[in-house]
Write a protein that binds this ligand. Structure first.
Ligand SMILES: [Mg+2]
Length: 121
């Protein structure tokens, strides 16, 4: 688990910080972007993370546009995406953008850890 880098793309800064704190505590390196455009910039300058946690509704660049550009720009090296959105929509959103997994908001930390561990181990 050490040395695994997770990129959180979420415009709700409270949720982003809480998620970052929780994942940092269990040993992940976590960076946050507040929208898709920031996330793409991060990947271009700092390299591909091991996993992306993606919110869908965000200003500037939402999760749909992000995933479209992300997949066309990094067709070979793309890290898996866990969609993180309202529980009733999360599975549909994940299918829509071809994400590897989904977590419904609000989520328990145990759910988050289980999902993340499964994707990066
Ligand atoms: Mg949002």
């Amino acid at each position: 688990m050490k040395d695994k880098r997770i990129l959180i793309v979420e415009d709700n800064s409270d949720l982003s910080m809480l998620t970052k704190l929780a994942l940092t505590k269990v040993g992940y390196t976590v960076v946050c972007a507040s929208n898709g455009e920031e996330a793409l910039k991060y990947i271009e300058t700092s390299g591909m993370p091991d996993l992306i946690l993606l919110d869908m509704k965000m200003p500037v660049m939402d999760g749909w546009e992000f995933s479209r550009i992300y997949k066309s720009r990094f067709p070979k090296s793309a890290a898996p995406i866990i969609v993180m959105t309202a529980a009733q929509d999360s599975e549909a959103r994940a299918t829509e953008i071809g994400a590897e997994a989904f977590i419904g908001k609000p989520f328990e930390l145990q759910e988050l850890f289980a999902s993340v561990n499964k994707m990066v181990s």
